[in-house]
Ligand binder design. Structure first.
Ligand code: CMP
Length: 140
């Protein structure tokens, strides 16, 4: 059993894709054990994407991620990290496989609708960044 952080980004909420993304998550058999909508502050978005702070797209990414509400979720299931990454597709929607969220619904490499943790250590860090332990409703 594994957990991962999933985010529906501001382009996804603006395009009214919350239901569509959640449908795909539940159809895949991943269980949503925590969920919250939030308008991220600049500070919170910068902290979340700290590892990208020296990248040329960092400022634009933070501006985008604070431009509207996001939906934060914790997904649980066997191999949840890789299963969610497979559902999302490649970061760049032009390179994402057919049938993935990003290929079907994303605009470009920045406005790519969803985020997912890229490994077990990142998943723990990212889940703890947004959720307290008692906010996770595991095992229902
Ligand atoms: P995400 O999986 O949330 O991780 C970092 C984010 O930065 C990524 O999705 C994109 O939204 C964004 N990103 C990654 N690479 C680029 C790029 N080359 N140009 C613009 N944005 C990018």
């Amino acid at each position: 059993m594994e957990r991962t952080l999933a985010i529906i980004k501001p382009d996804g909420t603006a395009a009214r894709l919350i239901g569509e993304v959640i449908r795909r998550i539940e159809d895949e058999g991943l269980v949503i054990v925590a969920m919250r909508m939030e308008l991220l502050s600049e500070r919170k978005a910068e902290g979340f994407y700290f590892v990208h702070r020296h990248k040329p797209f960092f400022h634009s990414l933070v501006k985008f991620m604070t431009s509207g509400p996001v939906v934060l979720m914790v997904l649980e299931g066997d191999n949840a990290i890789s299963r969610w990454r497979t559902l999302m597709g490649a970061t760049d929607p032009r390179k994402a496989d057919a049938g993935t969220i990003r290929r079907d619904l994303a605009t470009d490499i920045e406005r790519n609708v969803v985020h997912g943790s890229d490994g077990p250590d990142t998943a723990v860090y990212e889940i703890n960044y947004f959720f307290k332990g008692d906010e996770l409703c595991s095992g229902y």
